[in-house]
Design a protein around this ligand. Structure first.
Ligand code: ASP
Length: 614
């Protein structure tokens, strides 16, 4: 293989081979095996009796194969045993592979041209009646997710779910191979560590040897990977598990996997190229698809101005525009008031949106309020003029400008929100995506974009104090430590996100390798110089002995695989996920522990406790 060349997608497509109990895996038997006698092993997927012949679909990871038990050719005791089989019993059988009669060929099934006439059968394990079905008939609804998570082992047997893990394996392997070929070394970093601030709560592990002290489980390997750059490793990666104790939303998991990357002697172009190369290889070897690189880039300022978010979904063409000049100063109180208070009137044109019903349009006001704005108004453009609640702000002068400068044409709709950007952006973003999908304006396919030049700090929503937009180890743009301390909110950073179809897939930054700037950032975040030394002295000390400029990114593997297999829930691509209440329903985690264990750790519980179950 050429260095930098495409990865052969078959490199990772291994198939389970013959073993003690089988000569070949179920799904791999095709017409070329006809006439051979062989052994297969697997689970009873489904059984049916037809005119004296019993058929069993036998399943393993590779697929299904049909077994036929016929009175003329299968021994009577084997037929009798077949009559007693239950779904999910485990069998090993010996039989002859035969081409199915023409009418019985099943083109939907990979092994549909053949079946196996059974001669011998051994039941390796039998199954109790099932709490949830594995062989869910096509089109039938699955049992509730709670039940499926409780019986995860059975749920994981479903062929669709197994396929997700094949894709996950292929994608992970392709990432490993691509990064290895680009000169990255895979290095493991500790699980028992000290806090690395990524903006979430840490999972703490009490130390038995040092009572009163705690390890933190890593929110990411951020500081270790930077230290590996100082240690001269040049290019690092890790398929890293990250643990964050967050209030869970539907699409988050307390532990998740990142493809974590760091590079020395780099600027943005180098990091983007390495990431793009990796993604090209992942898509080609996993899905046999090419993706267009280099990805376009957009600054954070442009993304928030034109799409109301730093995660723009570029499959929808509509852009948010500033209507303040056209609609302001015309005696319309809401707009004039918003502008006088330093806000703007922003909105977007929905081509063909005038077809939406009055009740649908009236609901946009509630949506905007839920997203934090004081409300949203709409108006339709017709041949005769403008109609709807926002039409009052359009006078004889504004109408023609809306048509000529903003392309508003009969049949179109204008949605607009007046107020400060911090209120209008989130609501316009939600409305744009909602209406876009309702009106079929979301293009098929993938739209990738690098969003760059984030502000270094954002205001904490509760206290207003500066909080790191990415994380505190990001390089600020063109600023001295004194300037940074004096006016932190004006500082831009060299952080970036990779966004796919409105979802943040990866994020990273060029790091702050200048100790004085790094100290200033940590001080802006409220740490005294003593606290900085206590918490991050090991990093700053390493920086004193020759630190190369460096940067990197982390890409959410679970989310990427979910996109690849086209499911919305991360739980469908994680073998043993947690519920949204952070519980493992199958194994029962978390659980209470007995007092003796707690005493060993020097811990006494203050509040309510769960009974120990051991
Ligand atoms: N550690 C960061 C994160 O987990 C990624 C990075 O900056 O490389 O988001």
């Amino acid at each position: 293989m050429e260095p930098g060349g495409a990865i052969d997608r078959d490199t990772f497509r291994g198939e389970p081979g013959p073993t003690h109990y089988r000569d070949v895996a179920c799904g791999l038997i095709d017409a070329s095996w006809s006439g051979k006698t062989l052994r297969v092993a697997g689970w009873v997927h489904r059984r049916r009796d037809q005119g004296g012949v019993k058929f069993v679909l036998l399943r393993d990871r590779t697929g299904l194969v049909q077994l036929a038990f016929e009175p003329e050719r299968t021994p009577a005791e084997v037929i009798a045993a077949a009559a007693r089989l239950n779904p999910e019993d485990v069998l090993s059988i010996r039989g002859e592979v035969e081409a199915r009669p023409a009418g019985a060929v099943n083109p939907e099934m990979a092994t549909g041209e053949i079946e196996i006439r059974v001669r011998e059968m051994e039941v390796l394990a039998s199954s109790d009646p099932l709490p949830i079905l594995v062989a869910v008939p096509p089109g039938e609804e699955l049992p509730s997710e709670e039940l499926r998570l409780r019986h995860r082992v059975l749920d994981l047997r479903r062929p669709e779910l197994q396929q997700h893990f094949v894709v996950r394996h292929l994608a992970t392997n392709a990432a490993r191979a691509s990064l290895s070929r680009q000169g990255f070394l895979e290095v493991e970093t500790p699980f028992l560590t000290r806090r690395t601030p990524e903006g979430a709560r840490d999972y703490l592990v009490p130390s038995r040897i040092h009572h009163g002290e705690f390890y933190a489980l890593p929110q990411s390997p951020q500081l270790y990977k930077q230290l590996l750059m100082v240690a001269g490793f040049d290019r690092y990666f890790q398929i890293a598990r990250c643990l964050r104790d967050e209030d869970l939303r539907a699409d988050r998991q307390p532990e998740f996997t990142q493809i974590d990357v760091e590079m020395a002697f780099v600027a943005e172009d180098d990091v983007f190229a390495a990431c793009e190369r990796m993604l090209v290889d992942m898509f080609s070897s996993t899905l046999d698809r090419s993706i267009p690189v280099p990805f376009p880039r957009m600054t954070w300022a442009e993304a928030t101005e034109s799409y109301g978010t730093d995660k723009p979904d570029l499959r929808i063409d509509w852009r948010i525009e500033d209507f303040s000049n056209v609609l302001g100063g015309r005696g319309f109180g809401i707009i004039d008031g918003a502008i006088a208070a330093g806000g703007r009137a922003r909105g977007f044109v929905v081509p063909g949106g005038a077809s939406l019903s009055r009740s649908r349009l009236d609901a946009i006001n509630d949506t905007a309020r839920e997203a934090g704005a004081r409300g949203a108004l709409w108006m339709k453009c017709t041949e005769e003029g403008f109609t709807g609640p926002a039409a009052r702000s359009v006078d004889e002068e504004a109408g023609p400008i809306l048509r000529s400068d903003f392309g508003l044409a009969p049949g179109d709709l204008l949605v607009r929100v007046a107020g400060p950007d911090s209120e209008s952006s989130p609501s316009l973003d939600v409305l744009r995506r909602q209406l876009g999908s309702e009106l079929g304006a979301v293009r098929e396919g993938e739209e990738w974009v690098w969003v760059t030049d984030f502000p270094l700090f954002e205001a904490d929503p509760e206290t207003g104090a500066p909080a790191a937009s990415h994380h505190p180890f990001t390089m600020p743009v063109d600023v001295t430590p004194e300037e940074l301390l004096a006016d932190p909110f004006s500082v831009r950073s060299r952080a970036y996100d990779l966004v796919l179809n409105g979802t943040e897939l990866a994020s990273g930054s060029i790091r702050c390798h200048v100790p004085a700037l790094q100290r200033a950032i940590l001080e802006v975040l409220g740490m005294t110089p003593e606290q900085v030394d206590a918490r991050f002295g090991f990093l700053l000390e390493a920086f004193r002995y020759g630190v190369p400029p460096h940067g990197g990114f982390a890409l959410g593997l679970d989310r990427l695989v979910a996109l690849m297999v086209n499911v919305s829930s991360l739980r469908d691509v994680i073998a043993f996920p947690k519920t949204t209440a952070a519980r493992g329903l199958m194994e029962g985690a978390p659980s209470g522990v007995d007092d003796e264990l707690l005493a060993d750790l020097g811990i006494r519980l203050a509040g309510k406790r769960a009974a120990a179950d051991e």
